[in-house]
Each structure stands twice: as structure tokens, then as C-alpha cells.
Design a protein around this ligand. Structure first.
Ligand code: DGL
Length: 272
């Protein structure tokens, strides 16, 4: 491995705007770190695609991020974390982290009755990655999964507080309401943007788990263990790239990020 520059940026990617929920947590918790973000807006959603396709997409994005000399990569996407992280990690000479394991650990700490719910894309739920990781730590925990495939397109369209989204959320969450869960993992990085709505439907006795928080902590630990933490006082830079419609991405991103995200550039990701 070439010597990595500890003030180099961190690559963060998702199929679209969902990974911004992780990026904003990284900005909050690691204020000296720079970020290069990629949203695959031309190919969203990932959740209904095959494992092979998600591995191919992730590999292309990682190749692109490496051209930006990133020192580490965050798979800010549960579907890519479940399907592609293990494969891509073996091909890389820089550290990587996904969102599934940090999310699972948070949920294990949160549950008291050992009944955890998980909502995510079809791919994430079918992979059973959360269930097997949680049960490898505590085999007595029951995990109930529910795929919510329409949430991602609704979020990408900015329909966060819309009657249609509410109707879908009510239908999707109905079966989880009878499962006596006390913790619910928001197992897709788009879903924290629907947190209020999901919280209202599930009620105050169900703790909503957003893996972003623990992912940022995991990233901080990973950087410090590898000697890659940015210098104290380093001034961070943030760059944003997408594979389609930069303006739409920027408008949405500016409604959820702490500051204006600046210019968003378009990349032909199939070239990587
Ligand atoms: N936000 C991603 C995830 O966490 C991908 C959603 C999608 O594109 O279907 O799974």
C-alpha cells in the first residue's frame, strides 16, 4: 500500500441522496475530515437489483472515488454493504466500512425485550445480513424484517411529508406493529429522512435505530487505528458527484445538509 495522506478525503457513496444521512453525521462527528460523495442517481434504486449488479456498480464507484485519492471509503448504502462490501474490501488497499454492522450493534444495545424489527430494501432484507450478524452476537434476539421498496423512490422525489408516502408507510409497517418489537432499524440510508413519519406510526415504545450515528463512530475508530485521522484543525472540503441530474440532487441535498453543498458535478460512472 502506498503511504496514504491522512488529510486526504473520505469517499462516501450511495445509490442517491440516502447516503447524505451518513455524510451529515460524519460532518457532525468528524469536523476535520474532507468528503467526496457520490450518488448513483442514474441507477437508483439499488434495492431491487441483483447481487452481481450491485457488486459491479460498487466497483465502478470505488474506482471513481480512488481517482479522487480517497484514504478510506464508506459504503453509505445498506444494499451495497450487504451485497458488495466483503467482495470489494478484498480488492482494495484502503480501509472500508459499511452501515450494516454498526446499525446491528446499535440495535443490540437498544433492545430490552430482544425483539428487533428491520426495514430496508428488498435486497437488504433478502440478504438476511442484519439477522445473521445480530444473531452471531446474541442468538436469543429475534429479528423481523420488512422490505419497503417504494420508500426509496418516494424519498428521491422529495415526498417526505406527503399523503402517498404516509399511506405506504402505514401499509408497510402494519405487520411490524403486531410483532412486539421494541427497536426498529432504519436499514436503508434513505429511511432516516422518513423518521418522523415512521416514529408516529410505530409509536413511542419503539426506538428507531439510525445506523449513521454508529457508522461515524466506527469510521472515527477505523481512521485512528490506521493512523489516518485528519490533523486537528484541518479545514475540510466537501465535493459532490452524481451520475444524473446534479441540479435535482443539489436542491434536495440543500434541504437536509447543514450548509449549501456547492457545485454538484455529473460523472459518467460506466466509464470506471
Ligand atoms: N440507500 C440505499 C440503502 O441503504 C439504497 C436504496 C436503493 O437504492 O434502493 O439500501
Amino acid at each position: 500500500m502506498d503511504t496514504l495522506n491522512n488529510n486526504a478525503p473520505i469517499g462516501v457513496f450511495d445509490s442517491g441522496v440516502g447516503g447524505l444521512t451518513v455524510a451529515r453525521e460524519i460532518i457532525r462527528q468528524l469536523p476535520n475530515e474532507s468528503i467526496v460523495y457520490f450518488g448513483d442517481t442514474a441507477r437508483v434504486p439499488y434495492g431491487s437489483k441483483s447481487k452481481d449488479t450491485i457488486i459491479r456498480f460498487s466497483r465502478q464507484i470505488v474506482n471513481f472515488l480512488k481517482t479522487k485519492n480517497v484514504k478510506a471509503i464508506v459504503f453509505a448504502c445498506n444494499t451495497a454493504s450487504a451485497f458488495a462490501l466483503d467482495t470489494i474490501e478484498r480488492e482494495l488497499d484502503i480501509p472500508v466500512i459499511g452501515v450494516v454492522k454498526p446499525g446491528a450493534i446499535t440495535a443490540i444495545h437498544s433492545t430490552k425485550n430482544k425483539r428487533i424489527g428491520i426495514i430496508g430494501t428488498e435486497g437488504t432484507i433478502k440478504s438476511e445480513m442484519y439477522t445473521s450478524y445480530i444473531q452471531s452476537i446474541d442468538k436469543d434476539i429475534e429479528v423481523v424484517g420488512k422490505a419497503c421498496p417504494l420508500f426509496v423512490p418516494l424519498v428521491e422525489e422529495g415526498m417526505l411529508d406527503d399523503e402517498v408516502t404516509k399511506e405506504m408507510a402505514t401499509r408497510y409497517l402494519k405487520e411490524l406493529q403486531n410483532e412486539n418489537i421494541d427497536s426498529l432499524i432504519l436499514g436503508c440510508t434513505h429511511y432516516p429522512l422518513l423518521r418522523k413519519m415512521v416514529g408516529k406510526i410505530m409509536g413511542p415504545d419503539v426506538c428507531l435505530v439510525n445506523p449513521a450515528y454508529e457508522t461515524a463512530i466506527g469510521l472515527r475508530d477505523m481512521l485512528s487505528e490506521t493512523g489516518l485521522s485528519a490533523d486537528e484543525g484541518a479545514v475540510p472540503s466537501y465535493e459532490f458527484y452524481v451520475s444524473d441530474d446534479p441540479l435535482k440532487f443539489k436542491q434536495f441535498a440543500n434541504t437536509i445538509m447543514p450548509t449549501d453543498i456547492g457545485i454538484v458535478k455529473e460523472v459518467n460512472i460506466e466509464n470506471y
